[in-house]
Design a protein around this ligand. Sequence first.
Ligand code: XMP
Length: 517
Amino acid sequence: LVLVVDFGAQYAQLIARRVREARVYSEIVPHTLPVAELLARKPKAIILSGGPSSVYAEGAPGIDASLFGAGVPVFGMCYGFQLMAQGLGGEVAHSGAREYGRTPVRVVEPGRLLADLPTEHKVWMSHGDSVAAAPEGFTVLASTDVTPVAAFEDVARGLAGVQWHPEVLHSEHGQQVLEHFLHEIAGCRQTWTMLNIVEEQVDRIREQVGEKGRAICALSGGVDSAVAAAIVQRAIGDRLTCVYVDHGMMRKGETEQVRRDFEEVFDALDVVDAEAQFLGALEGVRDPEEKRKIIGREFIRTFEAAEVRVFGSLAPEERGDTAYLVQGTLYPDVVESGGGAGTSTIKSHHNVGGLPEDLQFELVEPLRTLFKDEVRAVGEQLGLPSTMVWRQPFPGPGLGIRIIGEVTRQRLDILREADAIAREELTRAGLDRDIWQFPVVLLADVRSVGVQGDGRTYGHPVVLRPVTSEDAMTADWARLPYDLLERISTRITNEVAEVNRVTVDITSKPPGTIEWE
Ligand code: XMP
């Protein structure tokens, strides 16, 4: 067990995930946990995360320096690095010299931590203070133009740290640095696999749902809910019923595809046709957050009705007191809906922030701490079909949040056609796995003038939004080949009568988000 002490970094989950990638089990604990309790959990190593900008700031979280003498290896990153330096008598300078973003770092002495790394490489920095002098007994391993002490280690005591964020992808060799600490300095064994996650969750679900409890799983057709369902099925067998809601905002051919794929894996799939219900509730609504809230609410109402239909005929002693709802909520959904510590709401993901207050279900969310690609790895371990595991993400609210303006059946049909063309051409170009997601957005309230076959047109624009990403927390616009873009543009304007203009969104995330609403 490796404990990641969270100093309020957005990155604590990312660190935990990198530790899992190094095949070591990890958990996150708050920085308010006393050192004695940290140690009582008998961790093999402790990682101190990044955090607020200055150890000198008023109310800045600290850690009792006795931690560093307890004989447990400790690794500090960014703020955690400064805490270690300060706690052991080093010098942290409040110099005002800042480093943000990609920064070149020079290895002056590789030691164990930076062994085999190029002498000069680029890492992701975000700090105002810097360590001016390492504590006694430490070897300084790296520096930058601004920071004389950018990394240090004391192998004898199992202590090490870096000023940068090795957990983010923009830091070159970050994973290697973390692994050097875990494997070489702390001596952690590499035994953790994705199957351990499954086993752990199966135990947890059995405990939550009990001997009799029954659960409904909200299958969306995507990988997350499929993996969540597969895990819950392992835990409670046929006491799980999968429900798929066709809310009328799915893509072309999607419901049929989902039905085929899923009936192979989960024998009972309850498909609910709820188009009229959802579109009725969305009538006249243009505000994105309002749409999301309405869709979230209608989803829950549909599941409640399904629950009554599926389990209602059972005698009370056969069904338990609580109704459970399984959802494939991932960690990024939790963070962006404002669920992470100290994070603000970007948008209410329908399965998190969009839940109604009078929710009748208790939630079962086995993937709440995982990132998408980890979920894919779990899905592969569970033997789910690769069409399911590698399906590109599609948001629960569906095309409803890709129509800018009111959602109507007619607008959905337009978008469905344009979207189908874009997806078909992407697949034909063999780029499905290179592109994280390829939303097509209909600017339904915008019209522009065009000319087609000697006649004036006055149609709608669509926006192509192909992005690359690792976990949807950040994304970049995908540089699709021009000839592919041309084919998509020509086909959409020829085949979808209402669309006379095709544009490409070239905004990264941040500052944009992947979806437009
Ligand atoms: P954004 O637009 O915030 O999206 O950059 C990040 C990722 O989340 C997906 N997304 C959702 N998924 N329910 C979901 O299940 C939602 O309400 C929702 N909103 C966005 C989005 O497609 C992207 O993959």
